[in-house]
Design a protein around this ligand. Structure first.
Ligand code: ATP
Ligand code: MG
Length: 574
């Protein structure tokens, strides 16, 4: 097979190779390999939602196709009907599109090739290079040997071609129960590469498949499907994570037995993305969903693409991150703060600023005329003039953040305190005159005065004070729920606790705050709209819990990396 109908890479647009894979590709292009076609694929198994690790592979595969004027397929690697389903397929397609990528033509499925794969299995049998084995998968595993000791040959290894053909056909017809027989490649039980020790290539699973229904009860193993699928699709560079490096000789072996001609897809391995405080195994993520530890696959604390999306991450931030962490041959652990930094960087430019008070304390401005309302001008985003400005109502009573006031402040506290002055953002300078308390001594409100000469934006606003606070007008604010998120795991490497990774779940990873006070403009926010709450962080409108006119806000990231601060404090305490 040598598909030639796809575009050729344009050598003139080649930039600097960004990593060793691009170096490899450019070398192939210079040498005219595959008629200078570049064709990659992203091959998820539809047994869960995509996570940030997959994003790295998506950005790599689709990015290479983009850069070299090539093509990238989406192929569902659906060889195990037990774990796979349509919900996952739909979510995977949605997530890839949301990240900003389009696959070539329609999605492909390994299941589309089941008939061809079966014919190839028959061909191997006829060549005397595959046999039906009656050992159970457990017995096969027991006899595989160790990397330093050869394995034992199966007693069924030398069945005749005729007998094998007959048994294989009967396997296909459903004459045997699950696990009773397998088809194995006949390679070398003494190979130093364990994957070449007569690997299983077909197993019996009497389960319907989401695409082929009850047509099959034998299914090919990943190793027998992947390389051949790449070949059938004309893939030139099959990029996968390092754990497949040891499978490569088998990948090549099958194709060398089964197909003619020069064209071969080239498998190249790179290190998977690992993030601190993050679990990246679909199986474990699924366990969290099933056990109700999180609010579904798209819980904003999940490292899934749909979780990050619900949390307010942008596709651009994720793509920048994936490009930034680079492609290497060696496993490493990336600080999740790097990802958070990318999100801040992107939202800083894109997100309009609003005022929201999460823990309100009422301030009465005693010398401000009762009933007066002023519309204050406020810039939407100081980073981008084109985003314009809006009006925000100011009146005699406002809420400020409770922690922005201290009755007995330390020396460097530049916020509000008795007798001290602060500026209310985009409004006036106020001075705290009196602290009102209830019978138990809790502060219930502050009485302040304002200086009418200090209106923000006016020529004579000249007077400067050190602190500026955000606020909302009591009469105009509306109440809303805000959800603050912390890391889902307390442990930097939660996966290291193999038996019970859930022990390191952070019980405080979700904090729901009711009755936050929001500026009126926030009422009209649409689902997934992103914004900065001044002095607090970036937020977005939750698409699951919001109702029309009553948004619920998810915190995307705080303005600063609160964790580095926390860990510094911890260090200082020691
Ligand atoms: P998991 O181990 O999380 O279940 P997987 O490797 O089984 O993931 P697949 O659906 O088989 O998931 O992965 C599709 C593609 O994404 C594969 O090419 C795989 O190598 C790649 N991939 C998976 N996890 C990562 C990761 N953490 N970093 C980079 N690429 C990844
Ligand atoms: Mg996999």
């Amino acid at each position: 097979m040598n598909k030639d109908n796809s575009p050729k890479a344009n050598m003139e647009v080649l930039g600097e190779p960004r990593n060793f894979i691009e170096e490899h590709i450019e070398k192939d292009l210079r040498e005219g390999r595959n008629n200078q076609r570049i064709h990659t694929r992203f091959p998820p198994e539809p047994n869960g939602y995509l996570h940030i690790g997959h994003a790295k592979s998506i950005v790599l595969n689709f990015g290479i196709a983009e850069k070299y004027n090539g093509l990238c397929n989406l192929r569902f690697d659906d060889t195990n009907p037990v774990k796979e389903n349509e919900e996952y397929i739909e979510s995977i397609k949605r997530d890839i599109n949301w990240l900003g990528y389009e696959w070539h033509e329609t999605p492909r499925y390994a299941a589309d090739y089941f008939e061809q794969l079966y014919e190839w299995a028959v061909k191997l049998v006829k060549m005397g290079k595959a046999y039906v084995c009656d050992l159970t998968p457990e017995q096969i595993a027991e006899r595989r040997g160790t990397p330093t000791e050869p394995g034992q040959e199966s007693p069924y290894r030398n069945r005749s071609v005729e007998e094998n053909l007959d048994l294989l056909e009967r396997m296909r017809k459903g004459e045997f129960p699950d696990g009773k027989k397998t088809l194995r490649a006949k390679i070398d039980m003494a190979s130093p590469n364990m994957h070449l020790r007569d690997p299983m290539i077909y197993r019996i699973i009497h389960v319907d498949h989401h695409r082929t229904g009850d047509k099959w009860c034998i299914y090919p193993m990943y190793d027998f499907a992947h390389g051949q699928s790449d070949y059938l699709e004309g893939i030139t560079h099959s990029l996968c994570t390092l754990e497949f490096e040891v499978h490569r000789p088998l990948y090549d072996w099958f194709l060398d037995q089964l197909v003619e001609g020069d064209y071969r897809p080239q498998q190249i391995e790179f290190a998977r993305l690992n993030l601190t405080y993050t679990i990246m195994s679909k199986r474990k993520l699924q366990q969290l969903v099933e056990d109700g530890d999180v609010d579904g696959w798209d819980d904003p604390r999940m490292p899934t693409i749909s979780g990050l999306r619900r949390r307010g991450y942008t596709p651009a931030a994720i793509r920048n991150f994936a490009q930034n962490v680079g492609i290497a041959k060696r496993e490493n652990l990336i600080d999740v703060a790097v990802l958070e930094h990318k999100v801040r960087e992107d939202l800083n430019i894109k997100a309009p600023r609003y005022m929201a008070v999460l823990d309100p304390l009422k301030v009465v401005i005693t010398n401000y005329p009762e009933g007066q309302i002023e519309e204050m001008d406020i810039i939407n985003n100081p980073e981008d003039d084109s985003m314009g400005s809006r009006k925000i109502p100011f009146s005699r009573e406002v809420y400020i953040e409770r922690k922005d006031f201290m009755e007995d402040p330390p020396r460097k506290f530049f916020r509000l305190a008795p007798g001290k002055e602060v500026r209310l953002k985009s409004a006036y300078i106020i001075k705290c005159e009196e602290v009102i308390k209830d019978e138990e001594g809790n502060i219930t409100e502050l009485h302040c005065t304002y200086d009418p000469e200090t209106k923000s934006g006016a020529d004579n606003a000249g007077r400067k004070v050190k602190g500026t606070l955000h606020w909302v007008s009591v009469d105009h604010a509306f109440k809303a729920e805000v959800r603050l998120y912390d890391r889902l795991f307390k442990d930097e490497d939660p996966g290291k606790n193999k038996n019970n990774f859930k022990e390191s779940l952070n019980p405080e990873s979700l904090k729901i705050i009711k009755n936050c006070m929001m500026e009126p403009a926030l009422k009209d926010m649409q689902l997934e709209n992103k914004m900065q709450f001044q002095r607090i962080g970036y937020f977005c409108v939750d698409h699951k819990h919001s109702t029309p006119g009553q948004p619920v806000f998810n915190q995307t990231v705080p303005l600063r990396d609160s964790w580095s601060k926390k860990s510094n404090q911890q260090k200082n305490q020691k």
